[in-house]
Design a protein around this ligand. Structure first.
Ligand SMILES: [Zn+2]
Ligand SMILES: [Zn+2]
Length: 182
């Protein structure tokens, strides 16, 4: 049995979202094969695609040793669209949290003075599964009325375009996020 993954406050189920995969690859930072590898974006001098284990992200070692970031800090709060949060929270997202790839500049939803938890990329089916509040959050952000939204919702594709990025507040439980296309 592989070890339990470290806790990521802002990305609670990175296996479900696809940010972390089962893998026998040795981590480029700690040199160990720990059964999982990070499969999301890494911002560093070199490319480190599927080379970093979740533990080296969680404890900040990958950030320190590779000067790597996993999210553009300017995108936390959507570049001023949502609440601003403390520098500590921004650093936790950029330096110690598995992230995700979007079609356009990625944005991290914030609520209740904190960054929200990333649920995952979502298409029609995934949004339906999270219920009407999840729809409403994405519809409101897209600025669509009911009939335009119904067409748009049909087109949303978690693996394609357009896609939604769903988050949930760690404090009030509300859904938030946005959608984009290629
Ligand atoms: Zn490692
Ligand atoms: Zn909230």
């Amino acid at each position: 049995m592989p070890e339990a993954l470290p806790d990521f406050r802002y990305h609670p189920d990175p296996v479900a979202s696809g940010a972390i995969e089962r893998s026998e690859t040795k981590c480029i930072v700690c040199g160990q094969n720990r059964g999982f590898i990070y499969a999301g974006p890494v911002y560093a001098e070199e490319e480190f695609y599927k080379e970093i284990c979740p533990w080296c992200i969680a404890d900040g070692r990958a950030h320190r040793e590779l000067q790597a970031e996993f999210f553009d800090s300017a995108g936390v709060g959507g570049g001023g669209v949502w609440e601003s949060v403390s520098d500590e929270v921004v650093a936790a997202i950029a330096e110690r949290t598995p992230s995700f790839s979007g079609w356009q500049q990625e944005r991290w939803f914030t609520c209740c003075g904190d960054a929200a938890a990333f649920v995952g990329r979502a298409g029609t089916r995934e949004l339906q599964a999270h219920g009407p509040e999840a729809h409403e959050a994405i519809r409101r952000e897209a600025g669509l009325d009911a009939s335009a939204w119904s067409d748009y919702l049909d087109e949303l594709d978690g693996e394609g375009s357009p896609t939604a990025y769903l988050f949930r507040s760690l404090h009030c439980g509300s859904f938030g996020g946005y959608s984009d296309c290629d």
